[in-house]
Structure formats: C-alpha cells, structure tokens
Write a protein that binds this ligand. Structure first.
Ligand code: IMP
Length: 195
C-alpha cells in the first residue's frame, strides 16, 4: 500500500523508506508529483508546518500522506534556529548555516543541541501527529562528509566519538530525531485501519 511522504529531499525519502522497509507500506516522495511545486512551510512550529504540508498533499492526492518538519535547536542560543534551521542564513545553504552556527557559539562553553522532528499523518479520517528528538553537542570544526545539513557539526550522544556525518545511514536511522518520530508511524497507520 502506498503512502506519500511530502518531501523533495532524497536523503529523507531514503531514510524513511529504509525505516518502513519491512512493512507493507511503499513510501513515495514528491518527485512522483513533479507538477506540484514546493509546499509552503510558513508556520512558526515544526508541528504546524508538518500538518500544513501533509494536509495540502492529501487534498491533492487523496492518498494517506505523511509529512515531517525538522530542525536543530541549540540550548545556548535559546533553542534557535529550530523551525528556521534551513532559512537561518540568506544563502539557505548548509555551508552558510554551519558557518553561522560556529560563529554564534564562539566562546560559549554550553554546546548542547538537539535535532527535533515533528510528523503529521493525514487521511480522510483526520490528522495525527508525533515528535522525536536526538540529543548531542556541537563541535568546533566540520567533521565527516555524510548526511546533510548540520550533521558535520553534530556529535550525537548515542554514538560517542563520531559526528552525524561520520555514521552510516543504518546507524543514523536508529538514533535520529526522524527515526524517533517515524517510530510512531506504524501505530498511526494501524489506527487508521482500525477506526
Ligand atoms: P526540513 O524542513 O525538515 O527539511 O529541515 C530543515 C533543516 O533542518 C534542514 O535544512 C537542515 O538544515 C536541518 N536538519 C533537519 N534534519 C537534519 C538532519 O538529519 N541532519 C542535519 N540537518 C538536519
């Protein structure tokens, strides 16, 4: 059975496909719907953005739809950039965002951070949501070439000695904020069939 994942991000699609690989669900991304442009994400919480994306796509496809919104929260920065993680710099590139993070944390001893992910699952029966968190610390230099976004600066608590950009996709799928949020999806899918 097919569900739509509201993302153009191929990294995310692969991560979620791997998470649901042993289930009956086939997850397809927005690339299957090239006529759909970028879905707006203009709310100020990740949960509201996830709901907005999933509801928009459900209205368009009529298929069960899951959307996520995620970001990084830095304790010493009052949990910024959070929902604005992608748009934190005018360039909106990983390079510029990571450079800004290093500058913002210069001289700060508290380097605690967490990735947060909110998901929304929308069907004709309604909307349900869940969240996941992955904690870690921010390093002083970019380390590793895997992953995306802030991964080369993020040292996850659950994998000591390596950044998120140095671990395999398989390992990331065990500890990531997305994995923690999507771990709720099978129960959400089950509820959809039962009700
Ligand atoms: P999105 O809107 O859920 O795609 O995520 C917004 C931004 O949060 C991304 O562009 C990244 O900067 C950051 N982000 C979210 N998840 C991750 C991750 O797993 N690794 C690194 N950065 C992430």
């Amino acid at each position: 059975m097919r569900i739509i994942l509201a993302t153009h991000n191929s990294h995310k699609l692969v991560e979620v496909q791997a998470m649901l690989a042993s289930t009956q669900w086939e997850v397809v991304g927005l690339d299957q719907y090239p006529e759909l442009g970028e879905i707006p994400e203009d709310h100020d919480t990740m949960e509201a953005n996830a709901i907005q994306k999933a509801e928009t796509l459900f209205k368009y496809t009529g298929l069960p739809t899951v959307a996520d919104d995620s970001g990084i929260e830095i304790r010493a920065l009052g949990w910024a950039p959070g929902v604005y993680s992608k748009r934190w710099t005018p360039e909106e590139t990983d390079e510029a965002n990571n450079a800004k993070l290093l500058v913002e944390l210069e001289g700060k001893s508290d380097r605690m951070a967490q990735y947060r992910c909110a998901i929304a699952f929308v069907t004709e029966k309604g909307t349900s949501t869940a969240e996941g968190i992955c904690t870690g610390t921010i390093g002083h230099t970019l380390t590793g070439t895997g992953g995306f976004g802030y991964d080369p600066l993020f040292w996850p608590t659950d994998v000591p000695g390596r950044t998120m950009a140095q671990i395999s996709l398989e390992e990331k799928n065990k500890i990531s904020h997305r994995a923690a949020a999507f771990a709720h999806l099978p129960a959400m899918l089950e509820r959809y069939f039962k009700e």
